[in-house]
Structure formats: C-alpha cells, structure tokens
Design a protein around this ligand. Structure first.
Ligand SMILES: CC(=O)SCCNC(=O)CCNC(=O)[C@H](O)C(C)(C)COP(=O)(O)OP(=O)(O)OC[C@H]1O[C@@H](n2cnc3c(N)ncnc32)[C@H](O)[C@@H]1OP(=O)(O)O
Ligand SMILES: CC(C)C(=O)C(=O)O
Ligand SMILES: [Mg+2]
Length: 556
C-alpha cells in the first residue's frame, strides 16, 4: 500500500462559503458561551469500555464541581445502563437546581418515547434529537430525498412536543442537531432547522437550541466560522434560538474551529473534558475555557485543581491524557532547555505578583490551575545553569553566585550526559553536596578558635588530614585572611559570597569562595553551617581541596 501520487483523484477540497462580507475575522471573544459537557454521552459512546454507573456518577459530580451547568448525561434509549443512570440522577436527587441535564435520541418514535420515560419527574431537561442531513447520509444511510429527511426531523419534533406536553411537571428545553452540519448544504441545513422551529415555535423567553455539529471535521476552521455566520444570518427567529457548536477534532483544529465559531455568533459550546470523544475526540472544553482565562476572560469554569479533574477523567475514561496536552499535560509547564529555563527563572524573579502575567514561555501562571512552580523547571542534558540554579534556590534556598553557577552546571552536564536521564532537584542537591560540601580531603575542618582585636583576626585551626590532626595558625585583617595566612599553600581568594538559608532558629549560613591555587584555574568551594565563620572556613577548605585535587589530576 502506498500513498497516492495524486490524492485529488480520491479526495476533494472543501469549497469555501460565499460570504464575502463575513464579520467574524475582526471580532474577539468577549462573552463566555453556555458550556455543555458531552462527556457522559459522546465521550462515553467512544470508550473502549463505557463507564459503569459509579463512574458516570463520579464524572457527573466532577462536572458539577467544575461549574458546568448543562450536562448531556446519556442516550437513554440506547441501553438500560444509560436509562437507569438518568433515573438515578433524578430519583436520588443528584442534580443541583442550577444544573440542567440533557439526553440524546435519534429521530425515531420508539426511541423518543423511551427517552421521555427516562426523564419522568425531572425538574428541567434538554431533549436533544438528531438526524443526519448531509447528502451522503441522505443517500447512504436513509435512502431518502431532502423532503424525506425534513419529514424525519419534523415528525420527531412533533413527537417531542406531544410527549413534553404530557409531562408538564418538567421544564423542557428542545434541541435539534442536523448531523454533519458541516457537510450539509447550508440552505438545506437552514431549511430543516426552520422546519423544526416551525413545530417547536420558540420565543425569546423560551428558546430552542440548534446545535450545528462538525460531526467529522472536514475543512479549515475559517470555513466552519463562515458556515456558522451564514447560518446565523439566514435562520428564522434568530432571537429565539441558541446557536450551539459541537466540533470534533479530525483535522486537529477542533479548538480553533470552536473559537472562530464563537466569533461568528454562536452562543453555546458542547465538548468533552480534555478532548475525549469519537475518533480524535470532541473539542476540549478545558482548553477552550483556559484559552479564555489567559485572555483575561473568566470562563465560569473552575480548573484551579486541574490535576484532580484529570485524575477523575482518566480513571473514568480509562484513557490517559497526553503529557503534552494543553494546560494539563505533565510536561506542559516544564522547561528542560537551558535558554527557556533561564528566561523563566528571570521572569519569575521580575514578575509583579499583582501585575499582568509576563513570565516568558508560560502562557498561564501554573499556580492558577494548581500546578506547582517546582514542576516548571526540570533538568536534563539540554539544560543550562538557569534551571539548576532555580531548582537549588526553590527547593533548598541555595543561591549560587554566577561563576559558581557556570562551574556547577558543567558538573551537572557531565552527570546528565553520563546518565542520559533527567536529574531531579534532590539528585542535583546530592551532586552539589558530593562535589563541594563533601570535598574534605586532604583537609577536613575539626575546629577553629578566632580572636579579634583592633581589626586584626588571629585564627587557630585544627584539621584532619590523612588520619592526622594538624594545627595551623594565621593572622590577618579578617577571619578569612587569617585562615588564608594559616594555610600550608599559597592561594588567592578571587570571590566571596554569603547568604542565610531559612530564618529564625533553624537559619544557616551558606558561604561560597572562589580560590586560585598557584598557576591553576580558579575553583569554588561551598560551606554551610549554623555559624557564618565556620561556613566560610569550610568553603575555603572545600575550594582548596578541590583545587588540590584538580592540580593532582592535571599532574597525573
Ligand atoms: C454523531 C453521533 O454521535 S450520533 C449518536 C450516536 N450514538 C449512538 O449511536 C450510541 C447509542 N446508539 C445505539 O445504542 C443504537 O444505535 C440505537 C439503540 C440508538 C439504535 O439501534 P438500532 O435500532 O439497532 O439501529 P442501529 O444502531 O443499527 O442504527 C441504524 C438505524 O438507525 C437509523 N438512524 C440512524 N440515525 C438516525 C436518526 N438520527 N434518526 C432516525 N434514524 C436514524 C438508520 O437509518 C438505521 O436504520 P435501518 O436499520 O432502518 O437502516
Ligand atoms: C449527536 C450529534 C450532535 C453528534 O454528536 C455529532 O454530530 O457529532
Ligand atoms: Mg459528536
């Protein structure tokens, strides 16, 4: 099997819509649509193992918690499980007052009747009926002409109106979908929908939902937007109709199509969390909502603990969410590469906590959706000093001076190259500890005594070297100079930094020394101790030991 050399012999380009005065391209999304989750119906019908009642209820409760107010809960005429689920929701009082359940049925009398039975006693419900209207379906599935297909829709609409009248205790909302709206001739889509509206007689106070599905995504998103704008202009009783979008993601542009459809005048969006659904999935409601949020428009849905939502969805659908999935994927708030890490670290430092979000490479503040900053930066062989520095600062309060950052990043680089793996903050800290804090040979500090008088420091120091205790004494203008004078070798201190780690009684001092041994390249040492002088002495000996080791290696 091979790909065709000329695919035009098998596939046709989608024809553009004749709407030269389209208005949607210059609009922006300024209003939040009515959200409808189709997870428990379109999502569920696409699963390898459809959800059992317990999973459906858990998912329903999660949707309620997130703030979704319209939830398509089942196709009750399809199975006893779905029928019983609707009954459980109603009879056990699971539906909050401000949430409306929706159910789907084919445009067939027996199925519609069964659907109404499932809804008996509901306070409010949306009955959603569909039939295929696209030319290929008219021919292949129904073997009907246009009039026959209009008749299927009109008869179903009449049956729904009748049955609703017999259950007046429920507040009814009717919804109609011309299936594969996107492949249906626009004039015909309007004709069928007008015929349905003729039966249902909506008013501005009691609207009907016309749901216009891209059942299969077949064109670029601008075409869907054109189709929606064209439909909105030509449908009768526009003020009595809510235009609903229902996109699938066959071409990978379900989110774009829905966003452009909103620009084109739609009022409502159906989709699934994290884009589950038939084939490549329904449009992802989470991405749509958080796209609005990052434009400064609150979507009215709460994803402040996005990982908790993901956990429920993954367990109920038994499908994983991709690590690169927008906003929620394990890797999407993470930077491995050095220049990204550097910019993110600087961005966090400069970000005004009350200002407009400006951290480079991060379109959303991960904290807003319950993700932690620690997960933002991860270190592998592609990483530079920025990421390593960030992790040590965030996790351990250790702020390496700039030249030490460069030196230590080469140590980390050697380790990540050797392992071929990511290094965690803990592993980086362990490496820092091994490389600098445990650099205690040949000289390990045992104790020191410092006397200071008239700006002069005298230091007596005991060090352990190859099992022997050595005593050194030195005098200088400060403790460090005194220690340098006490050393058995000549060194030059190039740089010195110190800072506190933590605060209060648990505070420690960190000291960093850059030192040059005669004729050698400068190297750093680190000391950490409750006492600042001890920390700086440890740092000096750490630097000296590393320098001596390096000199030995060069000589060997
Ligand atoms: C795009 C969507 O997601 S639409 C929703 C799809 N979801 C589902 O189908 C899940 C649940 N469905 C089911 O369990 C079953 O299909 C049922 C119970 C609805 C119907 O089952 P069956 O009666 O066995 O029919 P079947 O599944 O074979 O469907 C094909 C029949 O439905 C007819 N049909 C399909 N869609 C429609 C429609 N919207 N309106 C009227 N008839 C329709 C077809 O013409 C065909 O009829 P035929 O057998 O006379 O040729
Ligand atoms: C039932 C309809 C709305 C549907 O799921 C689709 O067309 O994708
Ligand atoms: Mg669908």
């Amino acid at each position: 099997m091979t790909m065709l050399t000329d695919p035009s012999s098998k596939y046709r380009a989608f024809q553009p819509v004749d709407i030269p005065d389209r208005t949607w391209p210059s609009k922006t999304i300024t209003e939040v649509p009515v959200w409808c989750s189709s997870d428990l119906r379109d999502g569920n019908q696409s699963l390898i193992e459809p959800m059992d009642p317990a999973k459906k209820l858990r998912f329903f409760q999660t949707l309620v918690k997130v703030g979704v107010k319209q939830i398509e809960v089942a196709f009750p005429s399809a199975s006893q499980t779905d029928f019983d689920f609707v009954r459980t929701l109603i009879e056990d009082g699971h539906i909050p007052d401000d949430v409306t359940i929706q159910v789907l049925t084919q445009a067939r009398d027996d199925l519609i009747t069964r659907t109404f039975e499932s809804l008996r006693g509901a306070k409010r419900a949306i009955v959603h009926v569909y039939n295929a209207t696209a030319p290929s379906f008219r021919r292949i599935v129904f073997n009907q002409d246009k009039a026959g297909v209009v008749a299927i829709a009109v008869n179903a609409a009449k049956r729904i109106r009748e049955l609703a009248a017999q259950q007046p205790e429920t507040e009814w909302i009717f919804q109609y979908s011309p299936e594969i709206f996107t492949s249906t001739e626009l004039e015909f889509a309007v004709e069928v929908c007008d015929a349905v509206l003729g039966v249902w007689q909506p008013t501005p106070e009691h609207k009907v939902i016309l749901n216009l599905p891209a059942t299969v995504e077949v064109a670029t998103p601008n075409i869907y937007a054109d189709q929606i704008e064209w439909f909105c202009r030509h449908i009768s009783r526009r003020d009595s109709v809510l235009i609903s979008l229902h996109t699938h993601n066959d071409r990978g542009t379900g989110v774009a199509a829905t966003e452009l459809g909103l620009l084109a005048g739609a009022d409502r969006v159906e989709g699934c969390l994290f884009g589950n659904g038939e084939r490549t999935g329904n449009v992802d409601l989470v991405t749509l909502a958080l796209n609005m949020y990052t434009q400064g428009l609150h979507p009215g849905l709460d994803f402040s603990d996005i990982d908790a939502v993901r956990k429920v969805v993954e367990e109920c659908n038994q499908l994983p969410v991709h690590p690169r999935h927008p906003y929620v994927g394990d890797l999407v708030h993470t930077a491995f590469s050095g220049s990204h890490q550097d910019a993110i670290r600087k961005g966090f430092v400069q970000q005004d906590p009350n200002g407009i979000w400006e951290v480079p490479y991060l379109p959303i503040d991960p904290a807003d959706i319950g993700r932690s900053y620690e997960a933002v930066i991860r270190v592998n062989s592609q990483s530079g000093k920025g990421g390593i520095t960030y992790l040590l600062e965030q996790e351990y309060g250790i702020s390496l001076p700039r030249r030490l950052q460069i030196e230590f990043s080469q140590v980390v680089q050697g380790e990540t190259d050797r392992l071929g793996l990511e290094m965690t903050a803990l592993q980086i800290h362990e490496l820092l500890d091994r490389e600098y804090l445990q650099a205690t040979t040949p000289y390990a500090l045992i104790r020191h005594r410092l006397q200071e008088e008239n700006g002069t420091s005298a230091v007596d120091i005991e060090v352990l070297s190859h099992g022997e205790t050595l005593h050194w004494r030195g005098i200088g203008k400060g403790p460090l100079e005194a220690l340098v004078a006490a050393l058995p070798v000549q060194v030059e201190v190039m740089d010195y930094h110190e800072h506190a780690i933590g605060s209060g009684t648990n505070a420690k001092a960190a000291a960093y020394i850059e030192l040059r041994l005669d004729g050698q390249r400068p190297l750093h040492g680190i000391g950490i101790d409750e006492n600042l002088t001890t920390a700086s002495f440890r740092a000096l000996l750490s630097a000296l030991n590393r320098a001596l080791r390096s000199a030995d290696e060069q000589a060997a």
